[in-house]
Design a protein around this ligand. Structure first.
Ligand SMILES: C[S@@+](CC[C@H](N)C(=O)[O-])C[C@H]1O[C@@H](n2cnc3c(N)ncnc32)[C@H](O)[C@@H]1O
Length: 309
């Protein structure tokens, strides 16, 4: 592969189409992430969109203004089939998936929260088709489930009620950041472990036989139960926000402080608020000015709250 082209900006700092700008800044000011962040804010207007801002417009047009390999993590949820029309706005799935691959850093992750409509007695299969297309673009795929406990009757009486959505985790190679959350209560907490983890293929132990005390909590699995609705989240006039905890837990899992998080379907600003809360930067796209206003108000509310405490 040819090395990325380098260019000089008006600050005299090296920039390239492959995120070298950010790296060179980090090296130059290592150990001072705050200053790096301020400088990155200033520099970002030169080659790509400004960070910590939500842009109103079509996400495919806007994402094209981002550099290659500049995004650490995308957490997003597109409109599901025709379940909601969002004032008739439409979007180009294939174009966006290709662009997401281009802008994601090596080892970066895209979390795609999606579900199917049921039409004429059958799920549309759109979620699966989208997942397969992301893989065609070059992403690896892990399927996770977001289970909404106590969501009430949803679906058809011919089948079991629908209580989940997909959270596809697409990564560009192996994830460069994996801070798996350890909050699953161990049934055998406090007892002595006598077995090691076995390889599924060979049956041999991956770790030597234990003798260690089982800790209180183990790693979460890939089905997450997250309360939706009236669960302490901001209440907004957006028809389909996802839970703050869903966005937050993915941000914690697949990114580190000062990383750059994208949401191309920003809606009411849940991803932006959770990025700020966890000291990450964000860029958001949203086609409806009404929702951009809601999101900005929400972000300001969050900033105000943190200024007070
Ligand atoms: C499922 S909602 C996202 C909700 C968001 N996760 C939240 O927590 O509020 C999808 C959003 O995509 C927006 N949208 C639809 N087409 C778009 C496009 N072409 N470009 C940008 N945003 C678009 C809709 O207006 C809607 O707000």
């Amino acid at each position: 592969m040819n090395p990325p082209e380098k260019s000089q900006n008006s600050f005299g700092l090296v920039a390239s189409a492959h995120g070298v700008r950010e790296k060179s800044m980090k090296n130059a000011l290592s150990g001072r992430p705050r200053r790096v962040k301020v400088m990155r804010n200033i520099l970002s207007v030169f080659k790509m969109l400004e960070i910590n801002k939500i842009y109103c417009g079509d996400n495919l047009t806007l994402i094209k203004q981002l550099d290659d390999n500049c995004i650490d993590l995308t957490v997003t949820s597109p409109p599901y089939d025709n379940l909601r029309t969002y004032n008739g706005f439409c979007w180009d799935f294939e174009g966006l998936a290709q662009e997401l691959f281009r802008v994601t850093k090596d080892g970066g992750v895209v979390v795609w929260v999606v579900g199917d409509a049921t039409i004429n007695g059958s799920e549309t299969g759109t979620s699966f088709r989208q997942a397969l297309y992301f893989m065609e673009c070059g992403f690896n795929c892990e399927t996770m489930i977001y289970k909404v406990p106590g969501a009430g009757a949803k679906g058809s009486n011919y089948f079991y009620w629908q209580v989940f959505e997909y959270m596809f985790v697409f990564s560009k190679g192996y994830p460069k950041t994996s801070n798996r959350i350890k909050d699953k209560k161990n049934k055998r907490a406090g007892s002595i472990s006598t077995s090691g983890l076995k390889s599924m293929k060979t049956g041999t132990r991956l770790h030597p036989i234990g003798g260690t005390v089982v800790s209180d909590y183990g790693y979460r699995d890939n089905v997450w139960e997250i309360l939706a609705g009236n669960n302490g989240d901001d209440s907004t006039d957006h028809p389909a926000p996802y839970p703050e905890k869903l966005a937050e837990d993915h941000i914690i899992s697949w990114s580190n402080k000062c990383d750059l998080i994208l949401d191309p379907f920003m809606g009411s600003g849940t991803t932006a608020k959770m990025a700020l809360k966890n000291e990450r930067d964000f860029i958001g796209f949203e086609i409806s000015q009404e929702y951009v206003d809601i999101a900005n108000k929400r972000i300001e509310g969050w900033k105000e709250q943190t200024r007070l405490f």
